[in-house]
Design a binder for this molecule. Structure first.
Ligand SMILES: [Zn+2]
Ligand SMILES: [Zn+2]
Length: 715
């Protein structure tokens, strides 16, 4: 029996020891504790002459972190937020009927000094808690009751008390004595209660007077302390985050890197050791090429647009540089450069610190609830850097927005390039170019060089378009599509650039081949080979005229009579008629009015066969409308006098250098005019050229075909 009893004792002792060490390990491993407590006091008295009611409720919540100065011992301290509600009313009525009433009210945060402290004594199996808060601001009121006469020789109102002490030592709640509790037999939650009415309370002026120094009170104190699981944070700091956007070079070299710093932060100030840092880029874009048009017809991108690490970076990387690790780092911080290889690249960066205790802490930007960081800094619904949107007055716009209305043109929105495409940009003359999200962009490839430059300038000035004439042959595919390099980004519609070139086969005539129409329809603007023989000013206007055809601006009309035959027979001048004689006509000088038919006949007699082909401009024809408009023709030889249709008026016109905003005839076409408005208002649906401009290929440009020409006037 004795032997068995001894054995039983040994077993018990071992079990006890093993429990203690398990519990200590868990409790002692905690680096911080979350304290919750509630403290209440209630006291009241009613003796007839004296009455009072008193209550305190204090609720506390906060973190106690390992005290770095308490090395070697398990000392934790902090400043929990403690909300205190105090309510006291007291009344005293003397035998003479004279009474006094006062009240104290508080509802606010306790003033704690020094900090709340908790010490674990693993050897003793106990812990101590001291909540060192003893003050709260209160509002104090006092009033006389009944007729008291002159009790004091100073006015009682001067007794206003704005701050009042509650006495923790009186209710065993505070610095001394400490509460000491046993550590729990299992688990890591420390809890305890204390209650009673051991001492008393010195509260209020008259309660003290009425009751002597101390009044018994009842208090109750309950608390829990739980190990703080999330006290360790991995904080990401990206100094250039607010302004950075991806960039690259035409060759696809890395652009400006974005440096990301990650640092483990512990509430205790003593972060645990890190076993490994892990960096991941996820959902990284693979947009073809480096910009919307470069290189032209870029094949699908095999490599991601954002990658981790400079070449000499000591991390261990995967082949695509989307994943990097650093084992056994020296300290609790790590840094990484994210390198961009595309102007429009995007990704999401995640950083993880694996702690030596196998916890995995995922990094967050300061103040963010979201793990990781969107690159560049952007909305969840966007691939465009916030900073770019802000600096381009495009905040809040969707990536696929294409809604420019400058210039308003024919009121069709946009330029065929969506917001993402204008942001990702283009290469022109080997430089990165952006679109303007507020102004319609038109891209040109100027193969004509300086021959076209002045005209392009005039076109830009008159159209108010953001004309971008920089495209080199190496910067535009055969298709002329300027935004063809796309994969996952909002696709939009193919938008075309316009090619301007000298065509040596053309003499005295230039053409916007395929126009008027939107840029997709214009295979090429072909400028005449003999352009250098044209006066500089006229040539500039002609080039601008052809460019307007590439954005669907039409002529003022197209019913002029061209190639009309004038010939002399028997000293008379005839028009038209083929083999027959046609109509006999008279030619007049416009100003001053004079018959010049004889001079014309003399001139024609000197010509082979005494004939010549003439351009007779008519009402609502190419020469009609606003005579200052660059779209109006200046090729006519004569017009028909409306008052006598056998009379032709010799006339010369000059091409304008403006863009008309109305179809009304002006200048030589103004009505009335002497002898007449030459060609009247612009044709039906023509003129008002500024409001024909149409850039986007996404919406077909309207046709402005006119009814066929009327027959020539009868004599
Ligand atoms: Zn034309
Ligand atoms: Zn016009």
């Amino acid at each position: 029996v004795k032997r068995a009893a001894t054995l039983a004792f040994v077993v018990c002792a071992l079990t006890h020891a093993s429990d203690l060490s398990a519990q200590s390990a868990e409790v002692l491993a905690a680096n911080a504790w979350r304290l919750h407590f509630k403290y209440t006091v209630n006291a009241s008295l009613d003796t007839g002459e004296q009455q009072f009611d008193y209550s305190v409720t204090a609720t506390g919540d906060g973190l106690l972190a390992r005290d770095p100065n308490g090395a070697g011992s398990h000392t934790f301290s902090g400043d929990p937020s403690i909300n205190v509600v105090v309510s006291y009313t007291g009344r005293v009525i003397g035998a003479d009927g004279c009474g006094m009433m006062e009240s104290l009210v508080a509802n606010g945060l306790a003033i704690c000094n020094p900090s709340t402290q908790m010490v674990i004594d693993g050897d003793e199996g106990t812990f101590e808690l001291a909540v060192n808060c003893d003050r709260v601001p209160v509002v104090h009121d006092f009033a006389w009751l009944g007729k008291c006469g002159k009790l004091f020789d100073y006015p009682v109102d001067d007794l206003a008390i704005t701050e009042w002490e509650w006495h923790p030592e009186a209710v065993s709640f505070g610095a001394m004595p400490r509460f000491t509790f046993p550590l729990p037999p299992q688990g890591a939650t420390l809890s305890g209660s204390d209650s009673g009415s051991p001492l008393g309370l010195n509260v209020g002026l008259f309660t003290a007077i009425a009751t002597g120094d101390m009044t018994p009170v009842d208090y109750q104190f309950d608390f829990t302390l739980t190990p703080e699981k999330d006290e360790v944070k991995l904080e990401l700091d990206i100094p250039a985050y607010d302004r950075w956007r991806p960039s690259t070079t035409p060759k696809g070299d890395a652009g400006e890197p974005l440096v990301v710093n990650a640092r483990l932060q512990a509430a205790s100030g003593r972060p645990p050791r890190v076993a490994e840092f892990i960096w991941d880029l996820t959902k990284t874009s693979h947009e073809p090429g480096v910009a919307m048009n470069f290189p032209p017809d870029a094949p699908p991108d095999a490599k991601p647009d954002l990658r981790l690490g400079t070449p000499d970076d000591p991390h261990v990387f995967d082949a695509d540089r989307q994943h990097a690790t650093l084992s056994k780092p020296d300290g609790v911080a790590d840094s990484m450069a994210v390198l961009p290889y595309d102007w429009g690249g995007w990704s999401t960066l995640t950083v993880t610190a694996v702690l030596e205790d196998n916890r995995r802490i995922v990094g967050k930007l300061m103040g963010a609830s979201e793990e990781g960081a969107r690159l560049p800094k952007r909305a969840t619904t966007s691939y465009i850097a916030d900073s770019w949107k802000e600096s381009h007055d495009a905040s809040g716009k969707a990536d696929d927005a294409d809604d420019e209305m400058k210039p308003v043109g024919d009121e069709t929105q946009g330029d065929g390039l969506n917001l993402y495409q204008e942001y990702r940009g283009f290469y022109g003359r080997a430089e990165h170019r952006e679109g303007d999200p507020l102004v319609k962009d038109l891209f040109l490839q100027n193969q004509a060089g300086s021959a076209a430059t002045p005209g392009i300038g005039l076109f830009k000035q008159l159209s108010q378009l953001n004309v971008q004439p920089w495209l080199l042959p190496s910067e535009l595919p055969m298709s002329r599509v300027i935004n063809g390099n796309r994969a996952a980004a909002p696709a939009g519609n193919p938008q075309h650039a316009v090619i301007v070139a000298i065509d040596g086969s053309l003499r005295g005539l230039s053409k916007a081949q395929g126009g008027p129409g939107n840029p997709a329809k214009i295979s090429k603007v072909r400028l005449q080979g003999d352009w250098s023989t044209v006066d500089d000013e006229r040539w500039k206007r002609l080039v601008a005229h052809e460019l307007f055809h590439t954005v669907n601006v039409w002529h003022h009309g197209d019913i002029d009579r061209m190639g009309v035959l004038w010939r002399v027979m028997n000293d008379r001048l005839y028009e038209g008629g083929g083999a027959a004689t046609g109509t006999q006509i008279q030619v007049r000088q416009e100003k001053p009015d004079a018959d010049i038919t004889g001079a014309v006949i003399d001139l024609y007699k000197a010509l082979p066969n005494a004939r010549r082909r003439m351009w007779i401009a008519v009402d609502q024809g190419q020469h009609s409308g606003d005579d200052q408009c660059v779209m109006r023709y200046a090729n006519s030889n004569a017009y028909v006098l409306r008052a006598d249709t056998t009379k032709r008026v010799d006339a010369r016109d000059e091409r304008g250098s403006a863009l008309c905003t109305s179809s009304n005839g002006t200048g030589v076409n103004e009505d009335p005019r002497d002898p007449q408005s030459r060609y009247g208002n612009a044709g039906s649906g023509r003129g008002n050229c500024a409001h024909q401009i149409h850039v986007t290929d996404a919406v077909p440009a309207p046709s402005r075909n006119m009814p066929p020409a009327p027959p020539p006037p009868a004599p």
